[in-house]
Design a protein around this ligand. Structure first.
Ligand SMILES: [Zn+2]
Length: 280
């Protein structure tokens, strides 16, 4: 991992390669300093916003591939004190894992409570998700309901402070090694992004376990989550990539544009956003 501006300009270069055919633009990218994600968001060549003329120079962009490139692992983290910290914590595409931490003290800007049935009553921070993810979860639950299935929300947002308490409890009861396997070091839990909800079903006693994955509800979720913008974040057999064992209950909002593409790719989120796996 190189420094932030280097990674950022690399991401911008990839994006430019997607959109523009002119080789002069690519060589220009190699020299640009501090070209960050923002500059990469322009979907049109500079100067073509006016009346016609240059449209012939522009290729049709693949917006999904462009977004994937713009949000690559390499373009969205910097090294601080020997650890990787994400530079896009508010993006719905953020990739947080054991190697990629949220910035210290991060809390999502727009937490709300989705109007879905939970496994518990009363107020708790874990009822919350970010606004966009909460609306998508409501649609997902409505879809399951229309299919005659009952889902329950179990646990969503988890603050840094509560993750600290959860992790500490695992360390005390299981030891540090096993704790790291089943839980997340504070700052590295995807639940802290507000984009994740653990779900289950009364048909399996609302447990978070492999049994949910083989239930009718779990199979429906695996097949249909992407239509609502969610992915099953820790797929079976990908522990070496994600750092977590199979969790059929842990769904992550990433948007209705990318989720179906990720599901089709069969890749874990880490591999999907690795520049090495993007064919440009
Ligand atoms: Zn979870």
């Amino acid at each position: 991992m190189t420094g932030p501006s280097r990674a950022g300009s690399r991401g911008a270069c990839l994006l430019a390669a997607l959109i523009l055919s002119a080789s002069a633009v690519l060589s220009g990218c190699e020299r640009s300093e501090g070209a960050g994600r923002e500059s990469g968001q322009a979907l049109h060549a500079p100067g073509d916003s006016g009346a016609g003329g240059q449209a012939g120079l522009e290729r049709v962009a693949d917006p999904v591939l462009a977004k994937r490139s713009e949000n690559s692992l390499q373009a969205t983290a910097r090294t601080m004190n020997g650890k990787q910290v994400v530079t896009n914590p508010d993006a719905v595409t953020v990739v947080v894992n054991k190697q990629r931490s949220l910035p210290e003290g991060y809390a999502p800007p727009d937490l709300v409570e989705p109007d879905v049935p939970f496994t518990f009553d009363g107020h708790h921070e874990k009822r919350q998700l970010r606004k966009e993810a909460a609306a998508a979860l409501e649609r997902l639950f409505a879809g399951a309901s229309q299919a005659g299935l009952e889902l329950r929300a179990v646990s969503g947002y988890r603050s840094y402070e509560r993750q600290q308490a959860v992790y500490g409890q695992h360390v005390r009861t299981k030891g540090a090694e096993e704790a790291a396997r089943v839980s997340a070091v504070p700052g590295t839990s995807e639940h802290q992004t507000g984009l994740t909800m653990d779900v289950s079903s009364p048909s399996v006693g609302n447990v978070l376990g492999a049994v949910f994955g083989s239930s009718e509800e779990g199979r429906w979720l695996a097949a249909h989550a992407a239509e609502y913008g969610f992915i099953v974040r820790y797929p079976n057999g990908m522990e070496s990539v994600t750092g977590y064992v199979y969790e059929p209950w842990h769904i992550r909002y990433i948007g209705t544009d990318l989720a179906p593409d990720i599901a089709r790719s069969g890749l874990a989120l880490e591999d999907y956003f690795d520049e090495a796996n993007m064919k440009l």
